[in-house]
Design a protein around this ligand. Structure first.
Ligand SMILES: NC(=O)c1ccc[n+]([C@@H]2O[C@H](COP(=O)([O-])OP(=O)(O)OC[C@H]3O[C@@H](n4cnc5c(N)ncnc54)[C@H](OP(=O)(O)O)[C@@H]3O)[C@@H](O)[C@H]2O)c1
Length: 169
């Protein structure tokens, strides 16, 4: 089975962005950016929503870039999709991919978790407090996880790796 992981940076009070229009990634640390680059290159595939893609603005190199959109018809260097997560993953598996990185935003994290198709969750805890903002997920869910590893990416930045319990959808 193809493996999947969510990869996200959150503020200490649990937000992935200050607001939905905030396309800045300047608040995340260099240590997290390095981890993101290395781990997503390992997987070889990045999946994201069109809003998140617009925050990056170009295809991530050395990775297959898949962007969810119902509006965009052509983006150079990117595969656009509207497929159900299960159909997309089985298509990628047929093409020989072994692992994919689910890179956000909230709508894409939620869609894959709701479909019970996420194995691992990487959360980088950045030492920032926003007060309010965009949550990791945009719907009520009840997912159980177990903590697999913790790591200091730098003095102030923690990486948590959780395994998702997929036995209770
Ligand atoms: N901290 C982090 O690690 C991190 C990571 C990623 C994103 N973010 C933040 O998250 C925020 C964006 O999250 P978001 O949830 O608003 O947006 P998003 O998930 O990045 O993108 C949403 C868009 O994806 C497309 N889409 C989603 N589901 C689809 C489906 N089933 N079929 C076809 N298209 C689909 C739609 O685009 P169309 O309108 O084109 O149809 C939708 O408007 C930004 O503020 C960003 O900075 C943070």
């Amino acid at each position: 089975m193809i493996k999947t992981f969510i990869i996200a940076a959150i503020s200490l009070d649990g937000f992935i962005a200050k607001n939905a229009e905030d396309t800045s990634t300047s608040w995340t640390s260099g240590a997290d950016k390095k981890f993101f680059m290395e781990r997503t290159k390992q997987s070889g595939v990045v999946i994201m929503g069109s809003t998140t893609y617009s925050t990056i603005g170009r295809p991530l190199k050395d990775r297959l870039n898949i962007v969810y959109s119902s509006k965009i018809t052509n983006l150079e260097g990117v595969e656009l999709t509207m497929k159900k997560p299960a159909d997309l993953l089985s298509d990628l598996e047929t093409r020989g991919y072994k692992e994919v990185a689910i890179c956000g935003g909230a709508s894409i994290y939620t869609m894959f978790l709701e479909a019970n198709l996420v194995d691992t969750l990487y959360l980088t805890i950045e030492p920032k407090l926003f007060g309010k903002g965009v949550s990791l997920l945009n719907k009520l869910t009840n997912v159980s996880l177990t903590l697999a590893t913790t790591k200091h990416l730098s003095k102030d930045v923690l990486l948590l790796e959780y395994k998702v319990d997929r036995s209770h959808p």
